[in-house]
Design a protein around this ligand. Structure first.
Ligand code: ADP
Ligand code: ASP
Ligand code: MG
Length: 409
C-alpha cells in the first residue's frame, strides 16, 4: 500500500461537523491500508481573526510575536481532527511544525522551508497511526515559530509529501478542482481535468488562490504529484502534472485576479542614472517584492514612477522609502489600495499576436480604465479599480471563450 498526504483547508475544517466529515474521509483511506499524513489549516476565518487581534493592539507589531499568535489556529484544528479520528477508531497523533521540524529561515510571516526530516513522521506512520500535521507553521534554527505566508498549508502539505516520498499530495478544498477562473466569481467557469505545473504556477502567482504559488513551485521542483479535490463532494478533481507534448497549446487558458496589492506613485523623481536603484534597493533588502513598475516619460529632468507592492507591505515600504524620498527631494508620494490586478494566462500566447489588444478592447467595452499593464510570454496583467474586478473577470472569460457553455478549450 502507498503513502498518501491529504491537506484540508480552512472551510473544510470550518466547523465541528466538517471536522467529523474530514475524519471519516481520512479513515476511509487509512482503512484501505495506506500510510496517511494529513495536513490541516486553521478553521475558516480564524487566521484573519488572529491577525485582527494583533492589530487591535499594535499597528506595527513585533513580527516574531505575530507568528506566535497566527500559527495557533492550526494547533486547534490538528487536535480536533486527531480526536475525531480516534472517535472513529483510527489511531492518530497530532504534530506541530516544531515537533516534526519543518525547518525554515527566519523571515517571519513568509518563511521559506529549508528542510523537513521525515523521521518523526515516519515513526508515527510506522506505528500504524495517522499523522495529523499543523499546516502553515515551521521553526527556525533558533527554535522560533515561523509561518509560511497566507495559504501556506498547501506548501506544508507538498513539503511533507516530498519528505515522505508520498505517492500523491491530495489538496482538499471547497471547490472540486482548478477552473478556468474562480468559479465563485464566474458561474460558467470550466473545471480542468489536468493542468501543467507551469501554468498552475502562473495562475497561482497571479491570484488563483486554490493553490498557494510557492506550493506549486515546490511541487514542480521536487516532483510531487498534486491532486486538487473537493472535501464537500466526490469527483475526479484536477491533476497538476508535468507538461506533456500532447497538451494543447491553448491561446488563453485562464483568467485570474488579485486584490492584495497596492500602488505607490512617486511624483517628479529626478531622471538620472542610479535613481531607480536608489529607490528599489532598500525595498529589496527588506524583502519587499515589487511587482509592476511604470516610469513615465521624462519632462524637465523629472519623471513619475509608479509601482505595486503587497498591501501587507505598504506601510513598511513607505517607511523604508522615506529617507530616499527626502534625499531625492521627491515632492509627492501617493498610495492607492483600491486596486486589483486581472490577468489572462496561456502558453499559446507566445506565438500569437493581438491577444493584448483584445484584452484591452474587452476592458474598454466594459468602461474599465487600465492603470498599469505588464506582460510576459504567457500572461498579460492589467491593474484596474478594485470595484470592477468581477466585471472584468467575467468579460474576459467570455471574450476568450473559456466557459462551460461554449464547450471550447
Ligand atoms: P482552502 O481554505 O481550502 O485553502 P482557498 O480559499 O485558499 O481554500 O482556495 C479555494 C478558493 O480558490 C475557491 O473557493 C475559489 O474561490 C478560489 N479560486 C480562485 N481561482 C480559482 C480557480 N481558477 N479554480 C478554482 N478555485 C479558484
Ligand atoms: N491558515 C493559514 C491562512 O489562512 C494557512 C492556510 O490556510 O493555508 O493563510
Ligand atoms: Mg488556501
Amino acid at each position: 500500500m502507498g503513502c498518501i498526504v491529504q491537506k484540508f483547508g480552512g472551510t473544510s475544517v470550518g466547523s465541528v461537523e466538517r471536522i467529523k466529515h474530514v475524519a471519516a474521509r481520512v479513515a476511509r483511506v487509512w482503512r484501505e491500508g495506506h500510510r496517511v499524513a494529513v495536513i490541516v489549516s486553521a478553521m475558516a476565518g480564524e487566521t484573519n481573526r488572529l491577525i485582527n487581534l494583533v492589530h487591535e493592539i499594535s499597528p506595527a507589531p513585533n513580527e516574531r510575536e505575530v507568528d506566535v499568535i497566527v500559527s495557533t489556529g492550526e494547533q486547534v484544528s490538528i487536535g480536533l481532527l486527531a480526536v475525531a479520528l480516534e472517535e472513529l477508531g483510527v489511531p492518530a497523533e497530532s504534530c506541530l511544525g516544531f515537533q516534526i521540524k519543518v525547518l525554515t529561515d527566519s523571515m517571519y510571516s513568509k518563511a521559506r522551508i529549508v528542510d523537513i526530516k521525515p523521521s518523526y513522521l515516519q515513526n508515527i506512520l510506522d506505528r500504524g497511526k495517522v499523522a495529523v500535521v499543523a499546516g502553515f507553521q515551521g521553526v527556525d534554527e533558533n527554535g522560533n515559530v515561523t509561518t509560511l505566508g497566507r495559504g501556506g498549508s498547501d506548501l506544508s502539505a507538498v513539503a511533507v509529501a516530498a519528505a515522505l516520498g508520498a505517492d500523491v499530495c491530495e489538496i482538499f478544498t471547497d471547490v472540486d478542482g482548478v477552473y478556468t477562473t474562480d468559479p465563485n466569481v464566474c458561474a460558467n467557469a470550466r473545471k480542468l481535468e489536468r493542468i501543467s505545473y507551469e501554468e498552475m504556477l502562473e495562475m497561482a502567482s497571479l491570484g488563483a488562490k486554490v493553490l498557494q504559488a510557492r506550493s506549486v513551485e515546490f511541487a514542480m521542483k521536487n516532483d510531487v504529484a498534486i491532486h486538487v479535490l473537493s472535501s464537500f463532494s466526490e469527483g475526479s478533481g484536477t491533476y497538476v502534472v508535468k507538461e506533456e507534448p500532447s497538451m494543447e497549446k491553448v491561446l488563453v487558458t485562464s483568467v485570474a485576479y488579485k486584490k492584495d496589492e497596492a500602488k505607490i506613485s512617486l511624483r517628479r523623481v529626478p531622471d538620472r542614472p542610479g535613481v531607480a536603484a536608489k529607490i528599489f534597493n532598500p525595498l529589496a533588502n527588506a524583502e519587499i517584492v515589487v511587482d509592476m513598475i511604470i516610469q513615465n516619460m521624462s519632462q524637465e529632468g523629472v519623471t513619475d514612477l509608479t509601482f505595486t507592492v503587497a498591501k501587507a507591505d505598504l506601510r513598511r515600504a513607505i517607511e523604508i522609502l522615506k529617507p530616499t524620498i527626502e534625499e531625492l527631494e521627491v515632492p509627492e508620494i501617493l498610495t492607492d489600495e483600491d486596486i486589483a490586478k486581472v490577468s489572462i494566462i496561456g502558453v499559446g500566447m507566445k506565438t500569437h499576436a493581438g491577444v493584448a489588444a483584445k484584452m484591452f478592447q474587452v476592458l474598454y467595452d466594459e468602461g474599465i480604465n487600465i492603470a498599469m499593464i505588464s506582460t510576459s510570454e504567457i500572461k498579460i496583467s492589467c491593474i484596474i479599480k478594485s470595484k470592477y474586478t468581477e466585471l472584468a473577470v467575467r468579460a474576459l472569460h467570455d471574450a476568450f471563450d473559456l466557459g462551460e457553455e461554449e464547450g471550447k478549450s
